[in-house]
Ligand binder design. Structure first.
Ligand code: ZN
Length: 203
């Protein structure tokens, strides 16, 4: 499986990182080795002093498709969830400055937290999903998918013009404002509407 991530999909997050608002979705990929195994703690890697959490809504692709039309995108997924796109912000900033690819800052081992999945039929409107990240009992990020610049079905249509989507692929749909640094002993919990879908301990 592959992980396809959308960058800069929430206006408030674009502003907090002083990024430009993109004309098209910003896409990057994490390898399958980036998935943090279930129940495993996240170890801050030695190459970074500034690992950020980014909570995001996830979609799991259920069948092969390419050049998917937006109106049919919904037939390519049944499950939604949330996860964390861990980012070595110090490394990413250096790479961005030089115009180099971000992969080292985003695709390292454990950089993708994927929570439990929920059937999309559980929700009335996927473009009105509330989600949040709690760090040590304090809400640090809260978002609503209605604020995404590109909605789930638009993302699937766009992404599938470049990459064939396969069963089991996961799309990270971008992070809302409020990203920040993790420290050893932090405890992160992610919730979609009223359901907690993951917990991660930082080491
Ligand atoms: Zn992200």
């Amino acid at each position: 499986m592959k992980i396809i991530c959308i960058g800069r999909n929430y206006a408030a997050h674009i502003a907090e990182l002083n990024n430009e608002r993109p004309l098209e979705p910003v896409i990057f990929i994490k390898p399958d080795s980036a998935v943090l195994p279930k129940e495993q703690d996240f170890y801050i890697p030695e190459f970074s002093n500034d690992i950020h959490y980014e909570v995001e809504v996830l979609v799991k692709i259920k069948r092969v498709g390419k050049h998917i039309k937006e109106e049919f995108a919904g037939t390519y997924y049944d499950e939604v969830g949330i996860g964390i796109d861990f980012t070595a912000r110090d490394l990413q900033s250096k790479l961005k400055e030089k115009g180099l690819p971000w992969e080292k800052a985003k695709g390292f081992d454990g950089a993708a937290v994927i929570g439990e999945w929920l059937p999309k039929t559980k929700f009335k409107d996927l473009n009105d999903l509330n989600f949040k990240l709690i760090k040590n009992d304090k809400v640090v990020q809260s978002g609503n998918t209605g604020l995404m610049l590109w909605k789930i079905d638009e993302i699937i249509a766009y992404v599938s013009t470049f990459f064939m989507l396969k069963k089991g692929d996961v799309i990270f749909t971008g992070t809302p404002a409020g990203v920040g640094k993790v420290e050893p002993n932090d405890y992160l919990r992610g919730g979609l509407e009223n359901t907690e879908l993951f917990t991660v301990k930082i080491k």
